[in-house]
Design a protein around this ligand. Structure first.
Ligand code: BES
Ligand code: MN
Ligand code: ZN
Length: 493
């Protein structure tokens, strides 16, 4: 998928579909936002769209056949609602996303664009993010790539600001697509060794140093969490470190992502229903890999370290047992009371390593708990922190990037439930407030004074329902845009 800017007049643009923004109007028809059309063309278009049922409300998609004087084969009215007075742009991004998904399969799409940067940004991003499909594993049923090219029609020659915006969004979109691809890849095709390879491939040719820990190196360094979780699988675990350190950077952002390539639950095995979705239990790792790639491609002046602990959680004769005690990288011993609470075990090792570098800000993203979905639903990620300012910073960055999050409390009241009679800690606490409990467990591996933010993306990273707005079914790329936004804010000018 490529997105380009063009200054050709909308009426003269030869394309399969011409997308036109519309909004509710006081009279009978709709308001058409179409620079470059004559007043008569706009009026006729508004009438044709209205008689096809268009009202202009947000998210509505109305397709009408070619109109005289306009070269496009079909015209699509994109309901925007009262977008000029909206506070945020998410509804705008979703509306254009709906329209782009509705023309999937067509070759050339043109959009009559709002030229001002504050509106062009969500319009371009929503359009791009919607033009996604995952067909790598379609065999005989493989079809054409949907929407291979989108042209944004701007009045007059594209400005330098517009061009810069589009090249930035092309980088961000391709990274979000990489994260979606990794999540959607079947678990037999993406065991830990392959995920580690994918991390390396993602940053090939970029100024990013890649270090991979194999089983021997994990043993040498005492990564008992990653080894313990991985020991039940014939596919060995790995840890990958990605380092981007541009000259002139003054801040250091550390990103950690949970990379369970498949979570059966282990000996504490999960029920069969929807277990296939646990191929997405590496959504945090995918977001870290994709974000480091985007940040390096954008050349942001901020040091970024990505940590990807990855393992497959399987039951077997060699698997971890409930009751086993393992020793984490920082020396903490953990009694594994439930082998399905495995994410926190691999994260403990990676967080323990990450904090040794004392980054300015440490953020982890993880598909950590089913309790996230109970608390916040399928689309809102939970944000927890040991530092009010850091939590507010990450929530604000998510808002700016267009990702839905909500702050959740890490009360010390969750901590006693993790007491173990045998070890320093147990890996499960209270059933209630399980998302925060998991956060409190992770906090045990963060030294005082180290700003750290934990994002539970359990359900938002995988859309098991129908596509909506610019979000496809399956992998969504959750946390990628938030990570890049935080890096952009930390970068020195
Ligand atoms: N990967 C799961 C969490 C999850 C559930 C992600 C649903 C996406 C959708 C995690 O490893 C897990 O199994 N957590 C357990 C923890 C419990 C045993 C304390 C859970 O949430 O049930
Ligand atoms: Mn689990
Ligand atoms: Zn898991």
């Amino acid at each position: 998928m490529t997105l380009t800017l063009a200054a050709t007049s909308p009426a003269a643009t030869v394309c399969d579909a011409l997308l036109v923004g519309i909004a509710p109007a006081k009279g009978k028809t709709v308001d058409v936002y179409a620079h470059g059309l004559t007043a008569a063309q706009s009026r006729k278009l508004a009438e044709a769209l209205a008689s096809a049922g268009a009202t202009g409300k947000a998210g509505e998609v109305t397709r009408i056949p070619a109109q005289t004087g306009i070269k496009a084969k079909t015209i699509v009215g994109v309901g925007l609602g009262e977008f000029r007075t909206m506070k945020g742009f998410e509804s705008f991004r979703r509306s254009i996303g709906n329209a782009v998904r509705s023309v999937a399969g067509m070759k050339k799409i043109a959009i009559i664009a709002t030229p001002d940067i504050p509106h062009l940004r969500p319009l371009a991003l929503g359009a791009q993010l919607a033009a996604y499909s995952f067909t790598a594993h379609k065999g005989k049923s493989k079809g054409a790539t949907p929407v291979p090219s989108i042209v944004l029609l701007v009045p007059g020659a594209a400005t330098p600001e517009q061009k810069e915006l589009i090249s930035e969004l092309n980088v961000i979109t391709s990274s979000v697509f990489l994260a979606r691809d990794l999540v959607n890849t079947p678990p037999n095709a993406l065991p830990p060794v392959e995920l580690a390879k994918a991390a390396k491939d993602a940053v090939a040719g970029l100024p990013v140093k890649v270090t991979t820990w194999d089983v021997a190196a994990l043993k040498r360094d005492g990564c008992g969490g990653i080894l313990g979780v991985g020991q039940g699988s014939t596919n060995p675990p790995r840890l990958v470190k990605l380092e981007y350190a541009p000259a002139g950077a003054t801040k250091h952002l550390s990103l950690v992502g949970k990379g369970i390539t498949f979570d059966t639950g282990g000996i504490s095995i999960k029920p069969a229903a929807q277990m296939d979705e646990m191929k997405g239990d590496m959504g945090g790792a995918a977001a870290v890999i994709a974000a480091v790639k985007a940040i390096a491609e954008l050349g942001l002046k901020v040091k970024v370290t990505g940590w990807v602990p990855t393992a497959e959680n399987m039951p077997s004769g060699e698997a971890m047992r409930p009751g086993d005690v393992i020793t984490m990288f920082d020396g903490t011993t953990v009694e594994v009371l439930n082998t399905d609470a495995e994410g926190r075990l691999i994260l403990a090792d990676a967080l323990g390593m990450a904090v040794l570098e004392k980054p300015t800000l440490l953020i982890d993203a993880a598909t950590l708990t089913g309790a996230q979905g109970v608390a916040l639903g399928s689309r809102i990620s939970g944000v927890m922190s040991n530092d009010d300012e850091a939590r507010a910073q990450v929530c604000a960055a998510a808002d700016a990037a267009g990702e839905e999050v909500w702050p959740m409390p890490l009360s010390e009241d969750f901590r006693p439930a993790f007491d173990s009679a045998t070890a320093d800690l147990a890996n499960i606490g209270d059933r209630f407030g399980g998302m925060m409990g998991a956060g409190v467990f992770l906090q045990e591996f963060i030294p005082k004074g180290q700003p750290w933010v934990h994002i539970d993306i359990a359900r938002p990273s995988f859309n098991d329902k129908a596509a909506y707005g610019y979000t496809p079914k399956g992998g969504t790329g959750a946390a990628v845009r938030t990570f890049v936004q935080v890096a952009q804010e930390l970068a020195t000018e």
